[in-house]
Ligand binder design. Structure first.
Ligand code: SF4
Length: 344
């Protein structure tokens, strides 16, 4: 499989009143076509900053360094107007709160129609090489760029709402986002992704606000998108159990760094880093085999005052002198399974 997304040496710095502080420090990560990679960590671990840097959507007081290659194109060095063309066509993002992305004063049908138009423009612009994309015969002949705002919604927009299992798609299409439930809004966002057929999708806590049943359905829809369209998905979550249901590989982040990376089953069943072990021990069920729930002591560090050496050392029961003095680096301990810890 080809790498759809390649993040190399990514740093994200935020300007504060007194200085710059790094929320992401030297992250390397690849996602192949059709692969789902989970990025997991507590609040403040830097996982959402990685997601925003990939989409080139960092706030004005932040800057990214390093490389974020989407299908070979570096997003970090790309001018803003070109990055805008990539977003919504070659790559899209789903947020925890879909209202972040949906336009509150446009009906769902109009927004889905714009997705169809955006895809048509994308084909026309030939921004990506389609030689490796499953588009037999080139651009979809059903697509044309209509003049003005298209209405009623194209048949495929209604089909996309069917695909994401929204009851009565015609009724949902006629509504404004605030007239839908949170689960329906998230499904609309995924329907939009189905229409856009992005090569890369970044999903930041997409199921956190949903009930368990809707969460399972949304996860299944995302997996379908990855499997059927070959979309590479970065799935960001604080919940390692949810990541375990959807990702083929998982990256565990702590204090701006990846501290463990590997196949999901290996990481969940045989976690190597004490922080990963702590995350798994703190979930109420699943992979712990009936053991007692344990909380990781302490809190994540303030990025303005990171400890020396291993950033997890103040919370780690295995910490030794070397941990307080020497930085850690990822090393491969098992097949494709990496860990950054002085215990190994
Ligand atoms: Fe704990 Fe040391 Fe490993 Fe850090 S390097 S996780 S402090 S044992």
């Amino acid at each position: 499989m080809t790498d759809a997304l390649k993040v190399s040496g990514l740093w994200v710095d935020y300007r504060t009143k007194s200085a710059w502080a790094s929320a992401v420090r030297g992250v390397d990560l690849t996602v192949r076509e059709g692969e789902v990679v989970g990025v997991v960590g507590e609040s403040g671990s830097g996982k959402s900053s990685v997601a925003l840097a990939i989409m080139k959507l960092l706030p004005a007081n932040a800057k990214a360094r390093g490389r974020v290659e989407v299908l070979g194109k570096d997003m970090v060095g790309l001018p803003g107007k070109d990055a805008h063309r990539y977003r919504g066509s070659g790559m899209t993002m789903i947020f925890q709160e879909p209202m972040t992305s949906l336009n509150p004063v446009m009906r769902v049908s109009e927004q889905l129609s714009e997705a169809v138009v955006s895809r048509a423009e994308h084909y026309k612009l030939e921004m990506f090489r389609y030689d490796s994309v499953a588009v037999p015969g080139g651009p979809d002949p059903r697509l044309s760029i209509p003049q003005g705002r298209p209405a009623p919604p194209p048949k495929e927009a209604i089909e996309a709402l069917h695909q994401v299992r929204i009851g009565d798609p015609e009724r949902a299409a006629a509504k404004y986002p605030h007239e839908l439930s949170g689960g329906e809004r998230q499904r609309v966002m995924i329907a939009m992704s189905f229409l856009l057929r992005p090569r890369v999708l970044v999903a930041d806590e997409p199921t956190t606000a949903l009930d368990v049943t809707t969460q399972a359905q949304v996860l299944s829809l995302l997996l379908g998108l990855s499997r059927d369209e070959g979309t590479a998905i970065i799935f960001v979550s604080h919940d390692i159990l949810v990541v375990g249901q959807v990702a083929q590989r998982v990256a565990v982040m702590y204090a701006g760094e990846i501290v463990e990376l590997g196949p999901t089953e290996a990481v969940l069943k045989n976690p190597l880093h004490p922080y990963t072990r702590g995350l798994i021990a703190s979930i109420p069920s699943g992979f712990k085999g009936g053991k007692r729930i344990e909380q990781i002591p302490g809190a994540p560090p303030d990025i303005m005052r990171l400890p020396s050496g291993c950033k997890f050392n103040p919370r780690c029961k295995f910490a030794m002198d070397r941990c307080r003095a020497e930085e850690t680096a990822l090393k491969e301990l098992e097949d494709d399974h990496f860990v950054a810890c002085h215990l190994y």
